[in-house]
Write a protein that binds this ligand. Structure first.
Ligand SMILES: [Zn+2]
Length: 267
C-alpha cells in the first residue's frame, strides 16, 4: 500500500471494512437472483422433484442477516462456512462475505451436491440490479484512503468527488460492472482515466491511471481489466480515484461507496 502521497493525508489503512457485512441495502437486497435451475422462486419448494426428498433438507434460502458462517453453524454444515462457500461458489460469487436474501444455497457440502448452474449472467435487464455476480470492487481488497466529499483545496469543486483506493502504480483496475467505455485517456486533473456507462444510466470513473487498456466505444464485462493504476493528473502519489456520476459531466457525482453497496459490493 502506498504509505503516503494520496490526494490528501492518508487515513487509516485499516479501514478495510469488508468483513461479513451482509449488504441488505436498498432494492438490491430483495432482488431474487436468476439462479437455481428450475427451482420455484418462493421459499416454499413445491416444485422440487418429489424424488429428491433427501435433498430437500439440504437446500437453504438466504434471509436477511445471514452470513455463510451463521448458516454453516446453524445447520451443522460439514466443513463449516468454507465448505459451504465452496459448494455454493457459483451462487455466492467471488466474495464469501456477501450473500443476499433469496439466494438458494445447498447445505450439502459433498462435491456431488454442487448443483448450482453457471454464474447468473445477464438474463434480463433487471439483472443489473441483482446483487450477486454482476458487480465487483475496482481494485480487489484495497482500502480507501480519502473518502467521498472530504473537503480540501485540491479539488476544484471544493470537495472530493470520489473515493481513493490505496494502490501502487501498476495495479490492474477492473470495471465494477458491465458497461460501455465512453472515455479513455487524458482527462485534465484526472490524468488518464476511463469512464464507463452502465445499464442503469450511471457512470463510473477510474482516475489517475498509468494508462487505459480499453478504448472508447468498447463494451466491458464486470471485473474486466480496463486500465493500470498510476499517478497521472492532479495527485501527489499513486492511487485509484473511483467516482460515480449520474451524467457524463463533472459535478454529477454521487456517493460511490453507497452506490457499490446498493449493488451488493462492500468496500
Ligand atoms: Zn480522488
Amino acid at each position: 500500500m502506498p504509505a503516503q502521497g494520496q490526494h490528501r493525508k492518508p487515513r487509516s489503512l485499516s479501514r478495510l471494512t469488508r468483513a461479513c457485512v451482509v449488504a441488505g441495502v436498498g432494492a438490491a437486497a430483495v432482488a431474487v437472483p436468476l439462479v437455481g435451475v428450475a427451482q420455484s422462486a418462493s421459499a416454499a419448494e413445491p416444485a422440487k422433484a418429489p424424488a429428491a426428498a433427501t435433498a430437500k433438507a439440504q437446500d437453504y434460502t438466504v434471509v436477511r442477516g445471514d452470513t455463510l458462517a451463521k448458516i454453516a453453524a446453524a445447520h451443522h454444515v460439514k466443513g463449516g462456512w468454507k465448505a459451504l462457500y465452496d459448494a455454493n461458489r457459483k451462487v455466492v460469487g467471488a466474495d464469501p462475505g456477501i450473500i443476499h436474501p433469496g439466494q438458494h444455497l445447498t447445505l450439502n457440502t459433498a462435491p456431488k451436491a454442487v448443483k448450482a448452474p453457471a454464474p447468473a449472467k445477464k438474463a434480463a435487464p433487471a439483472a443489473v440490479r441483482k446483487a450477486d455476480t454482476g458487480w465487483t470492487r475496482p481494485v480487489g481488497d484495497a482500502g480507501i484512503g480519502t473518502g467521498y466529499k472530504s473537503s480540501g483545496s485540491l479539488w476544484s469543486s471544493g470537495h472530493h468527488t470520489g473515493v481513493d483506493f490505496l494502490v501502487w502504480s501498476g495495479t490492474p483496475v477492473h470495471s465494477v460492472a458491465a458497461g460501455t467505455v465512453v472515455q479513455a485517456g487524458a482527462d485534465g486533473a484526472y490524468g488518464n482515466d476511463v469512464i464507463i456507462k452502465h445499464a442503469d444510466g450511471k457512470y463510473t470513473l477510474y482516475g489517475h491511471l498509468t494508462r487505459p487498456v480499453v478504448s472508447v466505444g468498447q463494451t466491458v464485462t464486470e471485473g474486466q481489466e480496463i486500465g493500470i493504476s498510476g499517478a497521472t493528473g492532479n495527485v501527489t502519489g499513486p492511487h485509484l480515484h473511483f467516482e460515480v456520476r449520474t451524467t457524463p459531466s463533472y459535478g454529477s457525482d454521487i456517493d460511490p461507496v453507497a452506490y457499490l453497496a446498493s449493488h451488493g459490493v462492500t468496500v
